[in-house]
Design a protein around this ligand. Sequence first.
Ligand code: AMP
Ligand code: ZN
Length: 113
Amino acid sequence: MNDCLFCKIIAGEIPSEKVYEDEYVYAFKDINPVAPVHVLVVPKEHIACADEVTDKNSGSVAKVFEAIAKIAEKLGIKGSYRVVNNCGENAGQTVFHMHFHLIAGGSFGWPPC
Ligand code: AMP
Ligand code: ZN
């Protein structure tokens, strides 16, 4: 049995506020936004984290970035957003289905810590 929260959201078993969907990617509003725009962009293929990207599944990651460009256009944030991927507990990953935080609308500092 697949106990993955994001697999369940992608399958529609857990509700979400969908922003975008195609054959490879599902994107929805983060339940706990850190900025005025905070969307999670997720490959439908279950990949636990960036450590598990290989030549077999990297196409799913490329599709995520194609989707990000479309979502940015749709949300009117082109050229003004940050994409964040946390890999591992020490980096703040809490859901172990790889995902990309698309955040915009605030003023972001750099470096992040
Ligand atoms: P991370 O900490 O990088 O693993 O990001 C996980 C993100 O998932 C957090 O920003 C959470 O707020 C978000 N999250 C957790 N559960 C849900 C949910 N049911 N719907 C939308 N976002 C969620
Ligand atoms: Zn999953």
